[in-house]
Design a protein around this ligand. Structure first.
Ligand SMILES: Cc1ncc(COP(=O)(O)O)c(C=O)c1O
Length: 446
C-alpha cells in the first residue's frame, strides 16, 4: 500500500480533532479512487451533526443536500443513532432468508401503516436500483408479460433494468448496451420544458405519446408495468401533473398493467406528503422506497399487495443483505420520528416558505426560468433566455460551488445540470430556510 494511501495521522484519527496540518488534504490524495464516479464537490467531509456538515478544513456547511436526499433527519440524529447502537450490540446481521428479525418485521409494519390498501407486503433490499430491479421482476413474473414502459427524463438507477429505464442523461446509457429488452420510453409531461408552461398541453401531449406507443409499438396486453417518478429526481425536479398520474392509473387499470411508483427520491415525506403519489389521489400497485428510509444506512424496499407478492412466487427473488437489522432499526426510528414530530406537516410548511422565498428571488433574476416542486423537493431552473427557455448549462455547478464556499450545500440536477435542487432535511426550521435563502441570494450576486 502506498504511503499516501496510509498517511498515519489520517488513519483512525478522530476527525473532530485532526487538523489540516496533520495530513495532506484527502481530496489531494485520492488517486486510488476510481474516476468513474462523478463528484459534485472536491471537498472531504469529516463530520455531520444536525443540519450541519464539516469538511476536513473545519469549514461548516448548512446541509440542504442531505447526502443526496438521504439524511432526512439530518446527521447523528439521537433517535436514529440510539437505535443503530442498540441493534448493533444486539444482532448486526442475519440474512432475512434464514428467518425473522424483530426490526425487520417492525419496519414492515410501520411502512405499511403509511401506505394505502392494498399495499401491505414489503420486501427489503439494499439500494434504490436494486429495488427497481426487483420491482421489474415482480411485474414481469406476476403478470406473465414482459414490456415495461418508463418516461423520458426518468432516473431509476445504474443497474441494467434500472438503467434501461433511465433517460435523464445519455451518459448513463452510452456504451453500456445492449440494454434490457422490451423496455420502452414514453414522453413525460414536462410542463416547463416541453409545453411552455401549459400543464393541460403537457398532460395531453404525454398521454398522446403513450397512446401512440400502445397503439403502434407495444400492445397493451404485453405490458407488465408503467414505471414513473411522481416528481422526477435526477431529471430535473419536475412534478408529474396530477391529471397525468390519474389517467395513467386509469389506462393501467383498463389493460391490467401494473403502475409502479418510484418513490426513491420523492418518498418519505419529501414532497410534503408521505408519498409523492398522494398528491394525485392515486394508489400505485407497487411502490419502490429507498434513500431516506434509514437516514443514511443502506436500505430499500419494494411494497405491493400480498396477493401480488404471492403471484411473484416464493423464492423468486432474494438478497443476502437486504433487510439488514441495523438498517431496519434505523428505519423504525426514522418513521417514528416523522410521525411523532409531525414532519410531513413540517416539510409542507417549510416547503411553502422556501418556494415563496425562491419565487421572490426569481422575480428579480432573469437567469431563473422556473421554480417548481412539491414540499421540500424544489428545483430552480436556470436558462439563458426566459423566452426560449434554453437551459443554461454553465451556471449550475459553478453556483453550487459558490454556495458551498459561502456555507450552503445544494446540488444540481437535469441533463444540463441547470436545475439547482433544494433537498433540506424534513425537520428543517424556518430560520434555517431563511439562512439558506440569504446565502443563495449572495451566491447569485457574487
Ligand atoms: C428516483 C430514483 N430512483 C432510483 C434511484 C437509484 O437509487 P440508488 O442510487 O440507491 O441505487 C435514485 C437515485 O438517485 C433515484 O433518485
Amino acid at each position: 500500500m502506498s504511503q499516501t494511501a496510509l498517511a498515519p495521522a489520517a488513519i483512525g484519527a478522530d476527525p473532530r480533532t485532526t487538523t489540516l496540518a496533520d495530513h495532506a488534504p484527502l481530496s489531494e490524495r485520492s488517486q486510488h479512487l476510481s474516476p468513474v464516479l462523478a463528484r459534485y464537490f472536491q471537498r472531504t467531509w469529516v463530520r455531520g451533526e444536525g443540519h450541519r456538515l464539516w469538511d476536513e478544513a473545519g469549514r461548516e456547511y448548512l446541509d440542504f443536500a442531505c447526502g443526496l436526499a438521504v439524511t432526512v433527519l439530518g446527521h447523528a440524529h439521537p433517535a436514529v443513532s440510539a437505535a443503530i447502537h442498540a441493534q448493533t450490540d444486539q444482532l448486526l446481521h442475519m440474512c432475512n432468508g434464514l428467518g425473522y428479525l424483530p426490526p425487520v418485521t417492525e419496519l414492515a409494519d410501520a411502512l405499511v401503516a403509511t401506505l394505502p390498501a392494498p399495499l401491505d407486503s414489503v420486501l427489503f433490499a439494499n439500494s434504490g436500483a436494486e429495488a427497481i430491479e426487483g420491482a421489474v421482476k415482480l411485474a414481469r413474473r406476476s403478470t406473465g408479460r414482459s414490456a415495461i414502459i418508463g418516461f423520458s427524463g426518468g432516473f431509476h438507477g445504474r443497474t441494467y433494468a434500472a438503467m434501461s429505464l433511465t433517460t435523464s442523461n445519455i451518459n448513463y446509457r452510452t456504451g453500456h448496451g445492449p440494454l434490457v429488452p422490451d423496455v420502452h420510453i414514453s414522453r413525460f409531461p414536462s410542463v416547463y420544458r416541453g409545453y411552455g408552461g401549459d400543464e393541460g398541453a403537457a398532460v395531453d401531449g404525454a398521454l398522446e405519446s403513450l397512446r401512440r406507443l400502445l397503439a403502434e409499438a407495444v400492445p397493451p396486453s404485453q405490458v407488465a408495468a408503467f414505471l414513473i417518478e411522481p416528481v422526477t429526481g435526477e431529471g430535473g425536479y419536475e412534478p408529474a401533473p396530477d391529471a397525468f398520474l390519474q389517467e395513467l392509473r386509469a389506462i393501467a387499470d383498463q389493460h391490467g398493467i401494473l403502475l409502479i411508483a418510484d418513490e426513491v427520491q420523492s418518498g418519505i415525506a419529501r414532497t410534503g406528503r408521505m408519498w409523492g403519489f398522494e398528491h394525485a389521489g392515486i394508489v400505485p400497485d407497487v411502490v419502490v422506497v429507498a434513500k431516506g428510509i434509514a437516514n443514511g444506512l443502506p436500505l430499500s424496499a419494494i411494497v405491493a399487495g400480498t396477493a401480488r407478492m404471492q403471484a411473484w412466487g416464493r423464492g423468486a427473488h432474494g438478497s443476502t443483505f437486504g433487510g439488514n437489522p441495523v438498517s431496519c432499526a434505523a428505519g423504525v426510528a426514522v418513521l417514528r420520528t416523522i410521525r411523532e414530530e409531525r414532519l410531513v406537516e413540517n416539510a409542507a410548511a417549510r416547503g411553502e416558505q422556501l418556494m415563496a422565498g425562491l419565487r421572490a428571488i426569481a422575480a428579480e433574476d432573469p437567469r431563473i426560468g422556473d421554480v417548481r416542486g412539491r414540499g421540500l423537493m424544489i428545483g430552480v431552473e436556470f436558462v439563458t433566455d426566459r423566452d426560449t427557455r434554453a437551459p443554461d448549462g454553465a451556471i449550475g455547478d459553478a453556483l453550487i460551488d459558490r454556495c458551498a464556499d459561502l456555507g450552503l450545500l445544494l446540488l444540481t440536477c437535469g441533463p444540463a445540470h441547470n436545475v439547482v435542487r433544494w433537498i433540506a432535511p424534513l425537520d428543517v426550521t424556518a430560520d434555517e430556510i431563511d439562512e439558506g435563502l440569504a446565502i443563495f441570494r449572495s451566491a447569485l450576486a457574487g
